[in-house]
Design a binder for this molecule. Structure first.
Ligand code: 5CU
Length: 396
């Protein structure tokens, strides 16, 4: 049977420093328990979870309405490296490139604290990767774990810039994870010119950005109380990928990719809606008075060109239609890499959590198999070959 080398480039954890921080908080993001389930800490991350938090707090004795408790269970998969490695073994994943999960350090208003937490989190990530490598010394091929570092986006610019070159000293760091928020607490976005020195520094250090959503879409679009009516479906399936798509297009329109040609960006969730809508973006640009003046249209690289030259996509889209669009958008299978989004999307039924294949992984793995053909060179590339090449996993 075909046994490919599988690399998971979209997989998260919360290291000890970060979890203690979440446990100490009473506003989002936070870890908290509820009287109806005191033994089950819950992880609360998203704005859309707030109405259900308020309801749970106003009738604390029981969860009488049948509505699930807010957030998601904080399972050991979020915190325990052994659980990550067991999940990998269970799903035939040979190497994982782990990143801090959302909302990273965006919420830390004290920039000095953000800087310290970033250093600790990144150090803990490296320690985890090194320990895993040491425990599997005799294996062939890349180490089991690598990581994408966290940046303290609310810290002063100089502090961020001084941290970036240090990341390359970590043997297992292969890039950074970044939200769409931009610098500071004001959500100025990634098209803010203040981001440019950071993009230059990342390009110089050859550290790609893994661009990941957290903020989604406002209630005016998702509807009030989306959580109690439709659970997490709208924020996660639509809000997240649309958020990332807008961030990428803002970077493109601001000329970030031309200003920093060495910048490389991996877009979560197969590029969101960009593969489907890039043509519409292009059409809007050439019909826009402001933008045609801003770009000299003779010189302008199209969004399609930028996608093919500076952008990679993960394959976390769960369907052949989405995967085919992703491959087309970036100009070939060589720029698409498998991922799972673990530990998010566990099987809902408690009794299936241990030892069973996760439906979320099965769906993604099956989409890759069906799109490229089992045992094909394309499948081999998407499942692992591309990640080893693009992220330099073969050496450390
Ligand atoms: O289930 C969720 O809320 C999430 C999340 O917050 N982040 C993520 O990467 N996937 C799912």
């Amino acid at each position: 049977m075909f046994q490919p080398y599988i690399v998971d480039i979209h997989t998260h954890m919360y290291p000890p420093t970060y979890i203690s921080l979440l446990r100490s908080r009473t506003t989002l993001p936070m870890v908290r328990t509820f009287p109806s389930a005191p033994e089950e800490p819950r992880l609360l991350l998203l704005e859309s979870e707030l109405p259900s938090l308020e309801r749970a707090l106003s009738s604390p004795a029981a969860n009488t309405s049948g509505e699930p408790l807010p957030g998601r269970p904080l399972t050991k998969h979020y915190t325990d490296p052994e659980a990550k490695l067991a999940f990998m073994r269970q799903h035939g994943i040979t190497t994982s490139v782990v990143s801090l999960a959302n909302p990273w350090l965006d919420f830390l208003e004290d920039g000095e604290e953000a800087g310290k937490v970033a250093e600790e989190v990144n150090r803990e990530m490296e320690e985890m990767c090194s320990k895993a490598a040491a425990s599997q010394q005799n294996r062939e091929g890349p180490d089991p774990l690598f990581f994408l570092a966290a940046l303290p986006t609310t810290a002063p610019l100089e502090a961020i810039l001084s941290l970036i070159p240090k990341l390359s000293q970590y043997a297992h760091c292969r890039g950074i994870i970044l939200s769409t928020s931009g610098l500071g607490p004001s959500h100025s976005g990634l098209d803010d010119p203040a981001m440019l020195p950071i993009f230059h520094a990342l390009a110089a250090a050859q550290l790609p950005i893994f661009l990941h959503p957290h903020y989604g879409l406002p209630d005016s679009v998702l509807g009030q109380n989306t959580q109690s009516k439709y659970g997490h479906v709208l924020p996660l399936a639509i809000g997240f990928p649309v958020e990332t798509s807008i961030a990428l297009v803002r970077m493109y329109l601001a000329g970030v990719f031309d200003t920093v040609p060495g910048l490389r960006v991996i877009i979560a969730h197969a590029g969101g809606v960009v593969p489907f809508l890039a043509g519409r973006v292009e059409s809007c640009v050439v019909h826009d008075e402001l933008l045609t003046k801003k770009f000299d249209n003779q010189e302008r690289r199209t969004l399609w060109q930028v996608l093919r030259e500076q952008v990679y996509l993960d394959a976390v889209v769960y369907s052949e239609v989405g995967l085919k669009a992703a491959v087309e958008a970036v100009g070939g299978v060589e720029r698409v890499m498998f991922g799972t989004d673990h530990p998010f999307f566990p099987p809902v039924d408690e009794k299936y959590r241990e030892g069973m294949e996760w439906e979320s992984v099965r769906l993604n793995r099956e989409a890759v198999r069906k799109t490229f053909g089992e045992g094909s060179e394309e499948e081999r590339l998407v499942l692992g070959g591309n990640a080893v090449r693009i992220l330099g996993l073969g050496s450390n």
